[in-house]
Design a protein around this ligand. Structure first.
Ligand code: NDP
Length: 246
């Protein structure tokens, strides 16, 4: 369908995995898409190229989500290029796993900067320019509610933080007709968590559906939340996790 025709989407972290699948899906539904990346310039350009090849409008912006001014600048650049902003997807995320005795403060700071602080900064910058019907969607994790293995405490904390932020932000922006939601995936086959990785079999044992999700399945849910039919959903953390948390 063309349910996002005329809309402009900004995806924080859209070069690979769930973010790249989301960029492609939102573009397919008619949105102009700006995506950021930190290091994968080639992968980002490939996503942009695919969108342009099918007649869509897209651009890639190098902007480290740990850098406040880079995030703000990328959003401003998007509004300058495409004229407006309707959909913000906060997808950029990092995963550092280590027992608490060994967990480095560098990894703590990086996790909080990319998984939490960037969500606040981008949401603030976007809220200044979004109009009625705006959409803010963050990719959290089922690990906000269930963290069934050791070493994931800081990651789980970061994903619980955005679940709380989503509730509060929905209250700030509801009167303006802007919805705010948090998508909580379970294991999804990406570079971060490959289906053939060392933890994959043990994760599948915890799921009602004993398989990994595909990035496209998450992108489909994000597209629904970005569209007009989801207008009554806000402040919600929504599981799409194959029953990982069931
Ligand atoms: P990937 O590692 O495959 O991709 C991460 C994406 O985020 C890349 O585009 C990467 O850009 C970007 N990114 C990372 N750090 C930064 C940064 N500092 N600045 C800008 N962009 C950055 O991850 P996934 O697709 O698996 O994960 C996406 C989101 O989904 C994350 O928030 C993750 O926590 C969450 N999630 C993932 C699950 C999974 O099983 N895969 C499960 C539950 C949640 P670059 O290419 O430049 O590095």
């Amino acid at each position: 369908s063309n349910q996002l025709a005329g809309k402009v989407a900004f995806i924080q972290g859209g070069s690979r995995g769930i973010g790249a699948a989301t960029a492609l899906r939102l573009a397919k539904e008619g949105a102009a898409v700006a995506l950021t990346y930190a290091s994968s310039a080639q992968a980002a350009e490939a996503v942009i190229g695919t969108i342009r090849a099918t007649g869509g409008r897209a651009m890639a912006i190098k902007a480290d989500s740990a850098d406040e001014q880079a995030i703000r600048g990328a959003i401003r650049q998007t509004v300058e290029a495409f004229g407006r902003l309707d959909i913000l997807v906060n997808n950029a995320g990092v995963l550092a796993v280590a027992p608490i005795e060994d967990f480095s403060i560098e990894d703590l700071d990086r996790t909080l900067a990319v998984n939490v602080r960037s969500v606040v900064i981008a949401s603030q910058e976007a809220a200044r320019v979004m109009g009625e019907g705006g959409r803010i969607i963050t990719i959290g994790s089922t690990n906000a509610e269930r963290m069934p293995f050791a070493g994931g405490s800081v990651y789980a904390m970061s994903k619980a933080a955005v679940a709380g932020f989503t509730k509060g932000l929905a209250r700030d922006l509801g009167p303006r007709g802007i919805t705010v939601n948090n998508v909580q995936p379970g294991p999804v086959d990406t570079d971060m968590n490959p289906d053939d990785g060392e933890f994959a079999d043990s994760l599948k044992l915890l799921m009602a559906l004993p398989r990994y999700g595909r990035a496209e399945e998450i992108a489909s849910f994000v597209a629904y939340l970005a569209g007009p039919e989801s207008a009554f959903i806000t402040g919600a953390s929504l599981m799409i996790d194959g029953g990982f948390s069931a």
